[in-house]
Design a binder for this molecule. Structure first.
Ligand SMILES: NC(=O)c1ccc[n+]([C@@H]2O[C@H](COP(=O)([O-])OP(=O)(O)OC[C@H]3O[C@@H](n4cnc5c(N)ncnc54)[C@H](OP(=O)(O)O)[C@@H]3O)[C@@H](O)[C@H]2O)c1
Length: 265
């Protein structure tokens, strides 16, 4: 579909809107005049963002407190979400584990899988037919990661979930060509958010490798509006993706292992 997306006056659902990239995207969408459905677990944060955006930008905001690791909550997000005529869906909520894979508790692994992967597949499965039927020419933005494009030792499970999302999104993009809905799979590198700050991943904050949440959100929304296929934000990140094509994948894993091992120490 070649027609660009326009968010003004349209309803956009954003998961993981209580912090980081999701919150930054919600703020920028409100600035563009979009009405919002804000989803996350921390209700108070969502309510304070709702009050701020309604007051500042005169847009309508709904909040849905939901734990996307719980299948019932995922179904409820869809059913409550479509009380409004949804035009855009941003599946951004995600969690990581940084450390040895052997140290990841099984319950934490199940939570990571359910949040980053199962909830995304379920919501896409529900929203694609809905958006096609709506015929508003809307779209879905899947937030994957550069970690889904390369091997990432010490974030093995996380990288696996993001690789799944990247493959799923790219495959669906082709299946849905010619339909009145688009799928964009966004692959950021490091972003300065709660996920990195205060954790051992903060090690990278002294390098030019972390993008601000605001810059990343701007790149994400531009790519979403343009219905891009597999956008990577930031010149440095794009250079890494390009350079990586020239190296054997095993070497990429070795280089990443060295960098992340230093961060872990
Ligand atoms: N930060 C990075 O370096 C980086 C790099 C590449 C890709 N990404 C991806 O970008 C996305 C956003 O990450 P971020 O850096 O903005 O992380 P963040 O600051 O930690 O925010 C994560 C968001 O997801 C929500 N969330 C987490 N678990 C949830 C659950 N079970 N149910 C509902 N909501 C849940 C959190 O809200 P509650 O806690 O209130 O539920 C929060 O709003 C993620 O998919 C992440 O994998 C991040």
């Amino acid at each position: 579909m070649s027609e660009k997306m326009a968010f003004k006056g349209r309803w956009v659902l954003v998961t993981g809107a209580s912090a980081g990239l999701g919150e930054a995207m919600a703020r920028q969408l409100a600035q563009q005049g979009a009405h919002l459905i804000l989803v996350a677990r921390r209700l108070e944060r969502l309510q304070s963002l709702q009050a701020e955006l309604q007051q500042k930008h005169g847009v309508q905001c709904r909040v849905i407190a939901a734990d996307l690791a719980r299948p019932d909550d995922v179904e409820r997000v869809f059913l409550e979400g479509i009380q409004q005529p949804v035009y855009g869906v941003i599946l951004n909520a995600g969690v990581t584990h940084f450390g040895w894979h052997r140290d990841l508790e099984w319950t934490a692994f199940e939570n990571l899988l359910a949040t980053n992967l199962t909830s995304v597949v379920r919501l896409v499965t529900l929203f694609v037919p809905y958006l096609i039927e709506q015929r508003q020419h809307g779209g879905i933005l899947l937030v994957s990661s550069m970690a889904g494009l390369f091997p990432v030792p010490y974030q093995s499970a996380y990288a696996g979930t993001k690789a799944f999302v990247a493959q799923f999104g790219q495959s669906l993009y082709q299946e849905l060509r010619g339909q009145p809905v688009s799928i964009t799979t966004f692959c950021p590198g490091g972003i300065a958010t709660e996920m990195t700050t205060g954790s051992k991943l903060d090690y990278f904050s002294d390098t030019p490798l972390l993008q601000s949440a605001e810059d990343c959100a701007r790149d994400a929304l531009r790519a979403f509006a343009q219905r891009k296929y597999l956008p990577v934000p930031g010149l440095l990140n794009r250079l890494q993706v390009f350079g990586a094509r020239l190296l054997p994948r095993k070497w990429l894993g070795m280089i990443a292992e060295r960098a992340y091992r230093k961060a872990l120490q």
